[in-house]
Design a protein around this ligand. Structure first.
Ligand SMILES: *Cc1c(COP(=O)(O)O)cnc(C)c1O
Length: 395
């Protein structure tokens, strides 16, 4: 039933893949809020528990609503298997706990979500997993950091907040050459704009909390890859350790996927408009957006992504004071660190998302005191521009 859509266009898969209609003939996907499932007989219960007969047992293992979301997202990313998780962080945790053993080594981009870095450095390190960090765009540095025990290469592209772009084809060739797995957190682009598996990555990770929901409602995550690595190994950890997605959240994310492509196109078009306007603004030093021809990886982004996404960073003249003035002068942009919402959000990375990083490390990774990050929402772009204009006039 769901396989019939795997050869269809992205938007068709996003709307229709994965739903197996019940005897009620429902048109929209139903929610199954049930912890367990019943069996016709003791024999059937034994067969299900023994793995001789497929079917539901318990919602920590499988749930029909969650499975619909997993099937749909797998078909959007072009992967064989998807497992849904309770959050983006538990997707990352489940991937590393299931596929690594004590003594393994990880090479990670240094430009990753702050909490992911805490997970690697404070927690996974306790179990004998050591992580080294490299600049996202420096392929030679990636190769140099790989050791005989390196199991995973991990990155996000575009990076947060500066929109650096990793060359996924080059890094997947490197991973194959050295026998490690390339793991890509595809949060910023989503499969609507970028397909890491097609470029040779082994595993894609999502924080569904961001663009997959797209309306700032639920926390969730996902891991996508081949049937053995993800469908068996990551799934095996998940059903045992338990950070599974709830049926209600899966249903909310399904509704998000249906509009993912048109939302990402509008986020990208509005971000492009604002990036061009900001680059010409006299109070702005620099704009970091891969859609601008002046961006160092513009051509790579153009090759690898179908649009440039909804996140912009820009540096105002006058450091922290000017940045705070700009942010405080907005009347309805949301001052919050979340992103990927219909509502535009505005953040000062140096004192929020990157506030715990030492000033030296922060500057080394380009997070200056004048930097502002914008997650461009779906409001009228002229209104967003007017909000920023008011602040920049004061800065
Ligand atoms: C938010 C985020 C995460 C963590 O996701 P949660 O759903 O908040 O657990 C991981 N990676 C990136 C890039 C993110 O933006």
């Amino acid at each position: 039933m769901s396989e019939q859509f795997s050869d269809k266009g992205f938007a068709t898969r996003a709307v229709r893949a994965g739903h197996q209609r019940t005897n009620e003939g429902e048109h929209a996907e139903p929610i199954f809020p049930t912890s367990s499932f019943v069996f016709d007989s003791a024999e059937q219960a034994a067969a299900r528990f023994g793995g001789d007969e497929p079917g539901n047992i318990y919602s920590r293992f499988t749930n029909p609503t969650v499975r619909t979301f997993e099937t749909r997202l797998a078909q959007l990313e072009g992967g064989e298997s998807c497992v849904a998780t309770a959050s983006g962080m538990s997707a990352i945790l489940s991937t590393f706990m299931s596929l690594c053993v004590s003594g393994d080594h990880i090479v990670s981009s240094r430009s990753i979500f702050g909490t992911t870095r805490v997970l690697f450095d404070k927690y996974l390190s306790r179990f004998g997993l050591h992580t080294d960090y490299v600049p996202l765009t420096d392929i030679a540095a990636w190769e140099q950091a790989i050791k005989p025990n390196t199991k995973m290469l991990f990155l996000e592209t575009p990076s947060n907040p500066l929109n650096e772009i990793a060359d996924l084809a080059a890094l997947s060739a490197l991973a194959k050459k050295h026998g490690c797995l390339l793991v890509v957190d595809n949060c910023f682009c989503t499969p609507a704009l970028q397909l890491p598996l097609q470029l040779g990555a082994d595993i894609v990770i999502h924080s569904a909390t961001k663009y997959l929901d797209g309306q700032g409602r639920c926390i969730g995550g996902a891991v996508i890859g081949d049937a053995q690595t993800v469908g068996e190994e990551v799934y095996g950890f998940l059903r045992t350790a338990g950070p599974t997605m709830s049926a209600f959240n899966a249903w909310t994310f399904l509704k998000g996927l249906e509009t993912l492509e048109i939302r990402m196109q509008t986020h990208s078009a509005s971000a492009m408009h604002l990036a061009q306007w900001l680059s010409a603004h006299p109070k702005v030093n620099q704009v970091f957006y891969a859609g601008l021809p002046t961006h160092p990886q513009h051509l790579l982004a153009k090759r690898q992504q179908s649009a440039f996404g909804g996140i912009i960073a820009f540096e105002v003249k006058g450091g922290r004071e000017a940045a705070w003035k700009t942010i405080n002068a907005t009347q309805w942009l949301s001052i919050t660190a979340n992103l990927g919402d219909t509502k535009t959000t505005i953040t000062h990375p140096a004192t929020t998302t990157h506030g715990r990083v030492s000033p030296e490390d922060r500057l080394a990774s380009g997070i200056t005191d004048g930097l502002i990050r914008l997650s461009v929402g779906l409001e009228s772009v002229a209104d967003i521009q007017a909000e920023l204009q008011r602040g920049l006039d004061l800065a």
